[in-house]
Design a protein around this ligand. Structure first.
Ligand SMILES: Nc1nc2c(ncn2[C@@H]2O[C@H](COP(=O)(O)OP(=O)(O)OP(=O)(O)O)[C@@H](O)[C@H]2O)c(=O)[nH]1
Ligand SMILES: [Mg+2]
Ligand SMILES: [Zn+2]
Length: 322
């Protein structure tokens, strides 16, 4: 080692300054900071600090599972890495049941549920209603986006007309023809919106069209099954330069609701609300009971029979009251 005496004064000064800088940097790195979780990959997650710098963070043990949209406390251990030590309280968290019947968080702190359907793969009412029930119970604003309008189809238009007549916002888009994107943009400004829907409907394609400066992976639709190929594998947050954030989520064939009561499911059928408590029998199940206000509304054409059937279907498959 070189002895200090052999260094010039200038060299000594420089070393002292460097040493100070390193100490300061180390202290800064160790300090806890708040960040926004962008995407989680197993035991690691990308976290963005207030200066929009990204850190690949590991999760401290015993930490509850953080997801895209979470505000977290983390400590940087280098210029690119860190450790998440805590999750800030969430104002919302979206869960769904995975194949093992385990509740898995999809995203946190979201205001809007962008339910994407498409001409292909063909949507069913049940798919949409599951999302509407989830949105109603989480107090999220639902917006239905019907994508791939460049492919003609009357069936999907009829389906969307049911939701429009109830009063839901339906936006018709085509990424290919650049249709409906401005209308969609207006609904997304200054909000945190999660894009949900079946694999292959074009969630990532829509976000890509709204923020061309990002680079999203877009999948294909299988020629054989006409279903998507599960291209997006983790929920990921993107900033919208006009203000607000989007979360892209991995598509699922069906959105599995967590255990709910009949009343929870009822909340997703907003057009039923005026008839609540108006059936002849207080415990009316709205099937074949005489004097059922909902059945009468269906007969009069005020409620779609498909929606009532969909309600019954969700109750039989999801209600914890049987
Ligand atoms: N014809 C047509 N095709 C579209 C449109 N939007 C997206 N696509 C195509 O649909 C396919 C699936 O698009 P993605 O954006 O990957 O779908 P996704 O919903 O993100 O799918 P997952 O990530 O698997 O959940 C791709 O081949 C897209 O090019 C559209 O407006 N019209
Ligand atoms: Mg995708
Ligand atoms: Zn009834």
């Amino acid at each position: 080692m070189m002895s200090k005496r052999k260094l010039t004064q200038q060299q000594q000064r420089r070393i002292a300054v460097q040493h100070d800088n390193r100490l300061m940097e180390a202290a800064h790195l160790k300090a806890a900071q708040e960040g926004l979780l962008i995407v989680r990959h197993g035991a690691k997650a990308w976290v963005e600090n207030e200066h929009e710098q990204l850190f690949l963070c590991s999760l401290r043990q015993n930490l509850e599972s953080p997801v895209a949209g979470d505000r977290v406390i983390f400590r940087a251990i280098s210029a690119e890495a860190g450790v998440i030590t805590a999750i800030q309280p969430r104002h919302t968290v979206i869960n769904r049941l995975d194949a093992n019947q385990e509740l898995k968080p999809l995203a946190a702190n979201v205001d809007q549920f962008i339910i994407v359907i498409a001409v292909k793969p063909e949507p069913s009412m049940e798919v949409i209603d599951r999302y509407l029930v989830a949105a109603a119970n989480l107090h999220l604003t639902p917006i239905i986006v019907c994508n791939k309008m460049d492919l003609q189809d009357d069936k999907v238009l009829k389906l969307c007309a049911v939701y429009e007549s109830i009063g839901y916002t339906v936006v018709f888009t085509s990424v290919i023809e650049h249709r409906g994107l401005d209308a969609l943009k207006k609904l997304l400004v200054d909000k945190t919106s999660i894009f949900v829907g079946q694999s292959g409907v074009g969630k990532s394609s829509l976000i890509q069209a709204l923020i061309p400066e990002e680079n999203l992976v877009i999948g294909e639709i299988s020629e054989l099954s006409e279903l998507g190929k599960h291209t997006t594998t983790a929920s990921r947050l993107y900033h919208f330069k006009d203000g607000g954030d989007f979360i892209d989520s991995p598509g699922v064939r069906r959105f599995n609701l967590w255990a709910m009561t009949r009343a929870d499911i009822f909340k997703g059928f907003v057009e039923f609300k005026p008839y609540e408590g108006r059936c002849k029998f207080r415990n009316c199940e709205h099937t074949r009971e005489p004097g059922c206000a909902l059945q009468e509304a269906v007969k009069k054409g005020d409620i779609s029979v498909d929606r009532l059937n969909s309600f019954h279907h969700l109750v039989t498959t999801h209600s914890i009251e049987g």
